[in-house]
Design a protein around this ligand. Structure first.
Ligand SMILES: C[S@@+](CC[C@H](N)C(=O)[O-])C[C@H]1O[C@@H](n2cnc3c(N)ncnc32)[C@H](O)[C@@H]1O
Length: 325
């Protein structure tokens, strides 16, 4: 195997890490996700500070996703919004939205074929009973690496070849450039060279008039904790290639503004935990597990950022929330 291929295998493996953390938080009651357990072969209980971080990460993403879908679909047209999840791994958000009877509209998930094949196999595994959560016309496609339906599509593709390889698949499955669209990237673009991820962002601004994006990625590579974080990942064959180009909260939001996006804002996970998670929810979490590593938690959480940006002032999103940021 050449170096590039072995790096890719390590990056694909991060979908399992994310799933194990989510399963840990779900099984302890931090978050409500009855589906993630089907995607995790070897569950592990994570440390309390990791579970706490997973809770805030999950809540932040679900909040934006639900706001977008509710607003996009409360306009005159139903099923108006589209969601595109970049590097979706075994993210279960689509299943959760269906469980909660959201009118989801078009929903696309993209990842390497190695990852989508496993996800598709799990969804179709009879014992998991997940197939019934998907639209009636759902079919397994592309040799088992994709799932196609009129509204939900799991697509295999390499984001480093977004325009030539991924975009044609999105169009073939019904992406509509005229619909309000939310892109999600949870710990994904950071694995790409910044030139490659910038190309994705530029394609979005050139082609989708009413687009928004939520990214959740690492920041602050240059302090002691940041250097340790990079070293730990490097020891596992993982390189955060995009980190140095946009290393701070300010630069991650500036990135969008200088590329022609209408508004952008970024907060770190520590701020989200302190100001966005409700006090009653924090009290509930405190009863699940005692967290005595507060300093470590804050330090860790300061190295992860949510960045939200959109291209048009008609974007279906509650801008009050952005003002709080
Ligand atoms: C840390 S995991 C996160 C998965 C999911 N977003 C979540 O939060 O649960 C990163 C995901 O990005 C995917 N990914 C990274 N680089 C990619 C690329 N060039 N093309 C397609 N997928 C990629 C990996 O395969 C992996 O599933």
């Amino acid at each position: 195997m050449d170096a590039g291929a072995s790096d890719d295998a390590a990056v694909q493996g991060t979908s399992n890490d994310a799933a194990v953390s989510r399963e840990s938080a779900a099984s302890l009651g931090y978050i409500s996700d009855p589906y993630i357990r089907h995607f995790v072969k070897h569950p592990q209980r994570r440390a309390p500070l990791i579970n706490r971080g997973t809770h805030s990460r999950f809540e932040g993403v679900q909040r934006i996703l639900r706001q977008f879908i509710s607003k996009a679909n409360s306009d005159s047209e139903r099923n108006n919004g589209q969601v595109v999840v970049l590097g979706a791994g075994v993210d279960t958000s689509y299943l959760l939205l269906r469980q909660q009877e959201f009118d989801v509209g078009m929903y696309f998930e993209i990842d390497f074929a190695e990852v989508t094949a496993k996800k598709a196999a799990t969804i179709f595994r009879r014992t998991a009973n997940l197939r019934s959560m998907l639209p009636e016309d759902t079919q397994i496609a592309a040799g088992g690496t994709e799932i196609h339906s009129s509204t939900y599509n799991l697509l295999a593709g390499d984001l480093r070849e977004f325009e030539s390889h991924v975009v044609p698949k999105l169009f073939a499955r019904g992406l509509d450039c005229n619909k309000p669209t939310l892109f999600l990237s949870e710990c994904v673009l950071i694995y790409l060279d910044s030139l490659q991820s910038d190309q994705i962002l530029d394609w979005i601004t050139r082609n989708i008039s009413n687009a928004g994006i939520l990214t959740y990625e690492q920041i602050l590579p240059d302090d002691r904790f940041g250097r340790m974080m990079i070293e730990n990942l490097r020891n596992r064959g993982l390189e955060l290639r995009g980190l140095h180009a946009y290393p701070t909260l300010q630069s991650t939001s500036q990135r969008f503004l200088t590329r022609g996006w209408h508004r952008a804002a970024a907060i770190d996970l520590a701020t989200y935990h302190e100001h966005f998670v409700q006090k009653s929810e924090l009290a509930r979490l405190a009863k699940i597990e005692f967290l005595d590593e507060w300093e470590e938690f804050i330090l860790l959480a300061q190295h992860y950022a949510f960045t939200f940006a959109y291209t048009s002032d008609t974007y279906p999103f509650n801008s009050m929330d952005l003002k709080k940021i």
